[in-house]
Design a binder for this molecule. Structure first.
Ligand code: ADP
Length: 546
């Protein structure tokens, strides 16, 4: 016997319909790439998305066609997403921070037919235009007056282009399992691989992650996604915020501390989200200027581990609740969120931050397990490390065009490439990427834990830990530090500071100071480059052991 309920496919454009109908007057505020602050509403945004869909349809873009966006978070980018997926096509976000050759590779691999871009990226595109084999049209997200001379062929200004449509158009009815979006993993190893989101996975993911113990966004929230829409599906905020009917504030091209502060304060943002490096910039700006954050209630921090000192500063100095989250492109992208379950409700001070330092627990729809290298499940005791594997309706089952082959185990779990513990209450704590973990005498040392402790030192701005070769132990930790401006901490002082905060045998064997630590296109420490830079580094302890 079948249920007798309606067949109502889970389609992303229904989200913008809902926002426009029930929250039509709610604002979407953007810092435009041209400069001024721009204001629109969900109702207007939907009308313009319909025009995008209509004009795309006239161009012959339809079911399954890929349309690239190389753009900052603005209302025009948001309209483009909804217009693209509303015509049954697939938005493919391209990360401008990738190397130009990688951008050409993924645009060709995805076979994108149209590319929406911001003024900022015209020089970049001009440089690789002759390598882009499939692009028929460049749509520059601006108006005619701001469109500069360019050597690109087939260029239109977005505003004139969508003016060709009158918006009298109906969204295409597509299967809920049809592709809606696409995002390539940054490919710190090998070529980038395409993750393809379906309408259904986007909708389910947004429903699951907008429950009270996850992001819990409400219509009264004023949400500023600083995390770019081109980073791991923009953490899904382009769906969750309209679904909740929340006001959106989009920071455009400016993500420095001062520009973010201006919006946080001026637009009374209540919830914001970005990677730790962005928040580092904001906190430095606040510290230097003595400004406070009276409106902001919650900050979502993910993409890499939120250093404890950062969480403590937000909560203790600025009275902003830190929501640490973990995820990856392959998980649509959120997987876990570190909110406090009743089991930990009474905790305070250090004990509370111990929990906030974990990556948290999953909502319904995400299943986790940790295993050893042979696939045997490991205990959930909060101490045993294992390979973290996940399963669910918004987790990738394979990459675009089958790259990377079979990616699931027999039980259908995807190996995240992360190493973690899980505690008895289901809180997951990432200890490392499987390729970054330091293998010392057959035991594993977490580079992330060491980094988090080191950045707690008042003179340290950023810290990275890699394994350096050691004749006796195989590898020992080498701590690489960028000091805060004007500071020159002593090595012994840093080791003393770390003592007692990690196991004694985890303490770094040596420390080096650098001006800058390299980052990936999504703001993570680029360990491959560091390993290359310090290849052959001789630890003093290695000399002593020989
Ligand atoms: P990219 O490398 O393109 O940024 P992802 O966003 O998919 O790709 O990166 C996902 C990886 O980022 C995770 O597998 C994990 O290693 C790391 N990561 C994400 N969030 C956290 C977090 N809160 N703590 C530690 N690591 C994290």
């Amino acid at each position: 016997m079948q249920g007798l309920m309606q067949d109502w496919p889970l389609l992303c454009h229904r989200i913008i319909d809902h926002a426009a109908i029930y929250h039509g007057g709610r604002e979407v505020v953007s810092r435009s790439v041209e400069g001024p602050i721009h204001r629109t509403t969900y109702a207007e945004l939907r009308r313009r998305s319909l025009r995008v869909a209509q004009v795309l349809d006239r161009h012959g873009i339809g079911l399954g066609d890929r349309v690239a966006t190389l753009a900052w978070n603005t209302w025009r980018h948001l309209e483009s997403w909804y217009g693209i997926l509303g015509v049954g096509a697939v938005y493919h976000t391209v990360n401008p921070r990738l190397f130009p050759d990688q951008i050409a590779y993924i645009v060709n691999h995805a076979e994108d037919r149209i590319l929406f871009t911001d003024l900022t990226f015209l020089p970049l595109l001009e440089g690789i235009a002759d390598k882009l084999e499939t692009i028929e049209l460049f749509v520059v997200l601006t108006d005619e007056a701001h469109l500069p001379q360019t050597s690109l062929r087939n260029v239109v200004a977005y505003e004139s282009w969508i003016a060709e449509g009158d918006g009298d158009f109906a969204w295409k009815a597509v299967d809920e399992n049809a592709a809606a979006g696409m995002c390539y993993t940054s490919g710190t190893t090998g070529n980038p691989k395409g993750v393809v989101y379906s309408h259904r996975s986007n909708v389910l993911h947004s429903l699951a992650f907008n429950t009270p113990d996850m992001l819990g966004i409400a219509a009264r929230d004023r949400v500023m996604p600083v995390v770019p829409m081109f980073h791991a599906n923009g953490w899904s905020l382009a769906f969750t915020a309209p679904m909740a009917g929340a006001t959106m504030i989009l920071p455009g091209a400016k993500m420095d501390g001062e520009s973010l502060y201006e919006l946080l304060d001026g637009e009374r943002v209540t919830l914001t989200a970005a990677v730790p490096t962005v928040w580092l910039g904001l906190l430095q700006h606040l510290e230097a200027s003595g400004k406070m954050l009276p409106h902001l209630k919650r900050v979502v921090i993910g993409g890499s581990a939120c250093p404890r000192a950062m969480a403590e500063t937000f909560e203790n100095v600025y009275d902003v609740e830190v929501i640490h989250a973990w995820g990856m492109t392959e998980t649509n992208p959120l997987g876990t969120v570190a909110t406090i379950k009743p089991d930990y409700a009474g905790l305070e001070g250090d004990a509370l931050f111990d929990i906030k330092e974990t990556q948290g627990h999953p909502p319904f729809t995400v299943e986790m397990k940790i295993t050893d290298d042979a696939g045997n499940p490991q205990p959930w005791d909060g101490e045993t490390f294992g390979r973290l594997k996940v399963r669910g309706p918004a987790v990738a089952k394979s990459y675009f065009k089958g790259e990377g082959g079979e990616i699931l185990d027999e039980a259908g779990f995807f190996d995240t490439g992360d190493v973690s513990t899980i505690d008895p209450n289901g809180y997951m704590h990432i200890t490392d990427r499987s390729k970054d973990v330091i293998k010392s005498g057959g035991e594993w040392i977490s580079s992330i834990d060491l980094e988090n402790v080191a950045v707690g030192h008042p003179d340290v701005a950023e810290a990275a830990v890699i394994g350096a070769a050691h004749p006796k132990w195989d590898e020992r930790p080498l701590l690489i530090i960028v000091a805060k401006p004007g500071q020159m901490p002593a090595k012994e002082d840093i080791v003393d500071f770390m003592r007692g905060k990690v196991a004694k045998w985890w303490l770094p064997d040596d420390i080096v100071f650098v001006d800058e630590i390299p980052h990936t296109a999504t703001g993570k420490i680029l360990k491959t480059a560091l390993r290359e830079q310090f290849r052959g580094y001789r630890l003093p302890s290695a000399d002593a052991a020989e």
